[in-house]
Structures are given as C-alpha cells and as structure tokens.
Design a protein around this ligand. Structure first.
Ligand code: PBG
Length: 332
C-alpha cells in the first residue's frame, strides 16, 4: 500500500490541469498593456541596427509608420518615441528639442495622420539634444541647472502637444517640471494632453544600450546622472517623488528601470493607487537577448514571464522593447 496523507488543504489541487490553472490565474498580460519604445531617425528609408540591442532597429518616419501599423495589428495601442539627433544638431542650449520640425515633432505629426488610434508618448528631456549628453543645461562645473532646464522642457512639451502627441513623458527628473509643464499646457489650451511622469527614475547603469541607440553614450563620457536621477538605495524617496508629481498634475506615473525595481511599482500601486507604469529598460532587454542568443534561456517563455511579473507587481502598463514579440506570442 502506498503512503497516503490525510490533507484537506492541498494547494496542488488547483494546479493539476490547464483549465484549473487558468481559472485561478490572478493576473494576465494583454497586448494593450504593452507600450512600444522606438528610436526615430531623420530622413526617409533609413534603417539602422542597435548593436547592443539585437533585434531593435532605429527607423526613419516612413518606415516607422509601417512598424506602427504592424504593432497596431498585433494589439499594441501605444508607442514611445525617442529621436536620434545627428551630432551637428546637438548644442549646449538644446534648442533642437523644441524645433517644430524636429525629428520627434515630425514623427508625431506623420504617425498621428497615418494611424490616429495609436497613442503616442513623447519623451521630454534634453539628453538627445545636448552636446554633453546630460538631460538638462549645465553650468561651468557641469552641474545640471534645474530651473533654466525646466524653461526649455516647457517649450519641448508644448512643441510635442502642438504636433498632436497624446502623452508627454518628462524623463529628466528636474524639480517642479511637472507643475510647470501642466500650467503651460493648460495656458495654451492643451487641456487633453496627458502627462506620464517618469517620477521614480533611478540613476541606473541599465540605460547603457539606450544611450548607444540615441547616440548620447559617447557624449556623456563616463559621466553619470546622479545629481538628478534617484539613488538605487532609496524607496521612500520614490513614493515622495511620485506623490509630488501627482500633486503637480501628472496623470500617470512611471517607475524605471523595471525588473530590479518591482518593489517600487508595488509600493506605488498599493500606497498611491494611481495609473502606474514601469519601463523594462534597454539593459534589461540586452541581458535577456544575450541569454537567448547563448541558448541559456528560452526566449518566448522568459519574455512573457518577465512581463507578467510587472502586472503582478501592480503595473498598469509596461514600456518594453519586447512589445511586438510579446504581442505576437499573446496572439498565439
Ligand atoms: C532620457 C531617457 C533615458 C531612457 C529613457 N529616457 C536614458 C537616460 O536617462 O540616460 C532610458 C531607457 C532605456 O534604457 O531603455 N532621459
């Protein structure tokens, strides 16, 4: 006779079949949860690989429209745009950031015309436009000057709103920028433009491949962003930063990077109960891809598991370079 325990509580009962597992699943990943970050090149018919992000291509606007249509077909409903500015357009004053005919502004107009249903998110920060690669204007010591930077960010956000963007996403971490941008949008009559604040953005080393992609890595020359982005040691501070951005008029907030910071996502959702987004950043993408390429991790399963973890932590949406791959998998 085989050994048998008397166990009224057997948690494995609910795991025995696919049907039971589906019945008790607490969280689900949907294509509409995915926000697709893309790098935009000037010109037309341009396509460039990003070596540290295998599978990611920088595209000119004409090709980006095709990419957006394909993503929409897969169920993706929003894209985040990151312009790749040529070196000769970068400067100390970052004036290219608010050029009405800049790469981001042009892409917003073209995409909105081609595919109005796709929600567009425009990054508000100066790093793609400064010759030194910092997110703001600097003084003689290289310190990023807060209020003078905010003045430029306002112009940049307004130029995105004028181009028809749905959501502006300040990723610069200057103090007071959400309130200043909100006031400027209201004053200019852009009362429907949403603000997704990169509220808890950490001074992370996981952003390296992104800086390669937008061409700011070489400019920043081994420098860092620790005087404005948050210290990875801190968690209470993230809640305070998020609360401040909400007070100033943010409609949605973001935690960044993603997987190493899911505790912050959970705290944000539990303590503040607001639309909460998280960014699975370029370094997270790169390390996954490296393991897939080595055959050390199974690509499809790991992509979906990594994204479901964000939902479980409380995220309402995830910015991820895996968006099209994940949406394709979800489609079956
Ligand atoms: C720019 C910005 C960065 C990212 C998004 N917006 C880089 C940085 O702060 O240096 C990183 C995204 C990624 O790594 O995928 N302010």
């Amino acid at each position: 006779m085989s050994y048998s325990q008397y166990l009224p509580r057997r948690p494995r009962r609910l795991r025995r079949t696919e049907g039971l597992r589906a019945m008790v699943a607490e969280h689900q990943l949907h294509a509409a949860d995915l926000i697709y970050p893309v790098f935009v090149l000037p010109g037309s018919n341009q396509r460039e690989a990003v070596p540290s992000m295998p599978g990611v291509e920088r595209l000119s606007v004409d090709l980006l429209i095709e990419e957006a249509r394909a993503a929409y077909e897969l169920g993706i409903r929003s894209m985040a745009l990151f312009p790749v500015t040529p070196m000769e357009k970068k400067s100390l004053c970052a004036s290219e950031a608010f050029n009405p005919d800049g790469i981001a502004q042009t892409a917003i107009r073209a995409l909105k015309q081609a595919l109005p249903e796709m929600m567009l998110i425009a990054d508000v920060a100066l790093d793609p436009f400064t010759s030194h690669g910092q997110d703001g204007l600097i003084d003689d010591d290289g310190y990023v000057i807060n209020d003078a930077t905010v003045e430029v960010l306002i112009k940049q956000a307004l130029s995105h709103a004028e181009a028809g963007v749905d959501i502006v996403a300040p990723s610069d971490m200057m103090d007071g920028r959400i309130g200043a941008i909100r006031d400027a949008l209201e004053d200019a009559g852009f009362v429907h433009t949403c603000i997704m604040a990169y509220s808890a953005k950490y001074a992370s080393s996981y952003y390296g491949p992104f800086r390669d992609a937008v061409g700011s890595a070489a400019n920043i020359k081994g420098g860092n962003k620790k005087t404005y982005q948050m210290d990875p040691a801190n968690s209470d501070e993230a809640i305070a930063e998020i609360a401040l951005d909400l007070e100033e008029g943010a409609d949605m907030v973001m935690v960044k990077p993603g997987m190493p910071y899911l505790d912050i996502v959970r705290r944000c959702k539990s303590e503040l109960a607001v639309p909460t987004f998280a960014y699975q950043v370029s370094g997270e993408y790169a390390m996954h891809m490296a393991a897939f390429e080595k055959g050390w991790l199974k690509q499809d399963e790991v992509i979906l598991e990594s994204l479901l973890a964000f939902k479980r932590a409380g995220a309402d949406g995830i910015l991820t370079y895996f968006a099209p791959a994940a949406a394709r998998l979800l489609k079956g």
